[in-house]
Write a protein that binds this ligand. Structure first.
Ligand SMILES: Nc1nc2c(ncn2[C@@H]2O[C@H](COP(=O)(O)OP(=O)(O)O)[C@@H](O)[C@H]2O)c(=O)[nH]1
Ligand SMILES: [Mg+2]
Length: 324
């Protein structure tokens, strides 16, 4: 995209033009290098509070987010949503589906964006982080990230969240299965949705598991509450919001929020450096690997480790040679 177009787009974005926001998200999603150019145009952003919502498909995450966002918007908050939908290869399709469900009164305070799991260039966490930055620049107070939390890249995305909600429903198998999936451990708040269909049993089981899990609670001093909700009627949503703010207060007072945010920035910094080094390797080392070295490996693949080490050593001694 031409620079003057980008500047025009950013000017519109600064006037709170939602279409400019949508366009910038697409651009940044598809081009990691562009983020750096875009963010040069902004001053220090305010931190949005980031809520991660995870759980298997169909448990009601999107419906719950709709309720949460409506209520928070009624309190005057502005909310940006990122929905990572593995079922849809086209973010456009997922967006349409979600938009139908994201109906309500406070639409001007809520912005919703779907992203296909494999859609983002440079990884989901990278794109989600950058979209969060955009949302913050747009003035969002809260960012909600929805993911099914299956697979490593989806779990990594949750590290961006300040508070993580894990959603369960009655009838999805017992809680031991959830625990096996490793999904309970990451929850700051456990939600049993579809209260109209039951869920008392699983709520009790979750409470029992949590009561046993003294060790892991000991690390943060936070004992995750279990909240039952009905995302269609809105029952339990006020209690859920209260628990989110309780958790926020807890991690603020304990200094954990600060630590999380600093770790996130450090991880982002390292990821950017890795990305640059990787590009350098592909552009400058990959094309220069001599045929003799390759033949050495083709003849005996055990040599791949030694050859890698020798190329690495050569590269750094060249670098040092240049320095001195
Ligand atoms: N009975 C009942 N159905 C719900 C509830 N919340 C969501 N649903 C329904 O569950 C289905 C899946 O919801 P969705 O929000 O798309 O789930 P997601 O895949 O986790 O995002 C939809 O048909 C919703 O209407 C609830 O509290 N009770
Ligand atoms: Mg959904």
């Amino acid at each position: 995209m031409r620079t003057d177009n980008l500047e025009e787009l950013i000017a519109k974005f600064k006037q709170k033009d939602r279409r400019a926001l949508a366009r910038l998200i697409s651009l940044i999603e598809n081009d990691p290098e562009l983020a750096g150019k875009v963010f040069k145009h902004f001053n220090k952003p305010n931190d949005a509070y980031i809520i991660g919502i995870t759980g298997p498909p169909g448990v009601g995450k999107s419906t719950l987010i709709n309720q949460l966002a409506q209520k928070l918007a009624e309190e005057g908050k502005r909310i940006g949503i990122i929905s990572i939908d593995p079922s849809s290869p086209f973010s456009g399709g997922a967006f349409l589906g979600d938009r139908i469900r994201m109906s309500g009164l406070q639409q001007d305070k809520i912005f919703m964006r779907s992203m296909a799991s494999r859609g983002a260039v440079g990884g989901l966490s990278r794109a989600t982080f950058d979209i969060c930055l955009l949302y913050e620049a747009f003035g969002m107070d809260i960012v909600i990230v929805e993911t099914v939390g299956a697979g490593q890249s989806e779990v990594e995305v949750l590290h961006l969240a300040d508070t993580i909600l894990v959603i369960n429903v009655p009838g999805l198998g017992d809680s031991i299965q959830c625990q096996k999936a490793g999904i309970i451990e990451i929850g700051d708040i456990l939600v049993v949705n579809k209260k109209d269909l039951g869920g008392e049993e699983i709520a009790v089981q979750l409470d029992l598991i949590l009561d046993d899990a003294v060790m892991y609670i000991g690390q943060t001093g936070w004992r995750p509450p279990v909240v039952q909700t009905n995302s269609i009627s809105g029952e339990g949503i006020d209690e859920l919001i209260e628990e989110i703010w309780n958790h926020k207060e807890h991690i603020e007072l304990a200094g954990i929020l600060e630590q999380k945010r600093q770790k996130r920035l450090k991880d982002k910094l390292i990821a950017l450096i890795q990305f640059k080094i990787l590009n350098y390797v592909m552009q400058h080392i990959y094309p220069t690997i001599e045929k003799t070295k390759l033949n050495n490996i083709y003849e005996n693949k055990y040599n791949v480790y030694d050859v890698a080490q020798s190329i690495y050593n050569d590269f750094f001694s060249q670098l040092k040679g240049r320095e001195s």
